[in-house]
Design a protein around this ligand. Structure first.
Ligand SMILES: C[S@@+](CC[C@H](N)C(=O)[O-])C[C@H]1O[C@@H](n2cnc3c(N)ncnc32)[C@H](O)[C@@H]1O
Length: 370
């Protein structure tokens, strides 16, 4: 580590401001903050997956020794103690003078399964998923031909479903369905609904249970995702989860409603997918599209609260999987301007764009097939 980095670290470790003190450039302090935050993101993901946050918050904000916490969570004490070191130095948990650790309730409100849909620990899982393909992505910077979906394995679909349960499934009834005038009534009376690139299909599973007179189809290229989804949907008769390619899937005028949750920007042929959606929608049908809240130009995203993360997940996944299949690599921050342009080109004239209070990462496009 360079001399100024080392002195910046010592400033930071001694509890002071890691900024411009002692002649250390403010930027070095920021970089030290970046590496600490990156480490914490991984450790928060581990805390979520191992159930440690849930165990710590069981019965309210109480103080734990590492032995008690390990016993309660059924985990190795040595690992739990080291994790607590990261959590305490990262000020996620507090360390008392008696050597016991507490997860404050105001932190538990954003880190536990009981906190859903506000459990931000779920999103921290992306750092590990993306880190697992770093070498493939570095290689792709040279050859430019992307990284295929298969490189991300089953774990991608697990984390995607975890994320989508919070962002999409839990908000369907209260916020997402009401975005489309008359949709609730239409679904109650009985409609044909297609979810394109559905992943495990959790959104359709929820709607199929809620609206028994409607029929739902979820389609995804991934056999693994569809297989996992079918297991969860066993016994739900008005839902079909099928493996297929959404550039061609479905018959003309077959569906009243098409949904696309976080599913267009990483397509290999997003223009053909949108045209196909237009084709399978009945006249008067509606496309409800959730996609990343960003503008198309980098300059317009400089103050985006999650800008660096959006371009990271795009480089490490969304853009790369599209390029791997010969696509344009729109990227996750393809932005509202590009999205509206492509929707119009596909034949959707009435497009309205919405933001929802629970979801800081997506826009919701309601698109009418004239
Ligand atoms: C970002 S994930 C979103 C999954 C799901 N909609 C959700 O919100 O959880 C994108 C999905 O698109 C699927 N996919 C990509 N291209 C596809 C295509 N041409 N046809 C069907 N599925 C596709 C992938 O397998 C992946 O499951």
């Amino acid at each position: 580590m360079c001399q100024s980095c080392a002195s910046s670290v010592s400033v930071s470790v001694s509890g002071g401001d890691s900024g411009a003190q002692g002649g250390v450039p403010e930027f070095v302090g920021r970089l030290v903050g970046v590496i600490n935050s990156a480490g914490l993101a991984l450790m928060i993901s581990v805390g979520h997956r191992t159930g440690l946050f849930d165990a710590m918050s069981e019965g309210g904000a109480r103080a734990w020794s590492s032995e008690e916490l390990a016993r309660s969570a059924g985990l190795s004490e040595r690992y739990v103690r080291e994790w607590l070191g990261a959590m305490a130095t990262g000020r996620i948990v507090t360390l008392g003078a008696d050597g016991r650790y507490t997860l404050p309730s105001e932190h538990a409100a954003w880190l536990t399964r009981r906190a859903e849909p506000n459990n931000i620990a779920v999103s921290m899982q992306w750092i590990g998923v993306l880190g697992a393909v770093e070498s493939e992505v570095v290689w792709a910077f040279g050859h430019g031909r992307g990284v295929p979906y298969s490189a991300y394995g089953r774990r991608f679909h697990d984390v995607m479903a975890d994320e989508s349960r919070q962002t999409t499934v839990l908000a369907l009834d209260s916020a997402i369905v009401p975005l489309v005038d008359g949709l609730h009534g239409r679904l109650e009376r009985g409609a044909r609904v297609l979810d394109i690139a559905c992943g495990k299909g959790l959104a359709m599973l929820h709607l199929a249970r809620r609206y028994p007179r409607s029929r739902f189809v979820g389609v995804d290229l991934s056999e693994e995702a569809i297989e996992m989804g079918r297991r969860e949907a066993a016994g739900v008769d008005n839902l079909e989860l099928v493996t297929g390619d959404v550039t061609t899937f479905g018959g003309k005028d077959e569906f009243d409603v098409v949904t696309a949750f976080d599913a267009i920007h990483d397509q290999a042929a997003p223009d053909r997918v949108l045209a196909n959606i237009r084709r399978v929608l009945k006249p008067g049908g509606v496309l409800l599209m959730q996609d990343i809240k960003a503008r198309t130009a980098h300059a317009e995203n400089l103050d985006h609260p999650m800008g660096p993360f959006l371009y990271t997940i795009s480089t490490m996944h969304c853009m790369s999987v599209s390029l791997a299949n010969g696509g344009p690599g729109l990227g996750s921050a393809w932005g509202r301007e590009k999205a509206e342009e492509m929707l119009h080109a596909a034949g959707f004239d009435g497009v309205s764009v919405h933001e929802l209070a629970h979801d800081m990462i997506n826009f919701y496009y309601v698109c009418r097939a004239g």
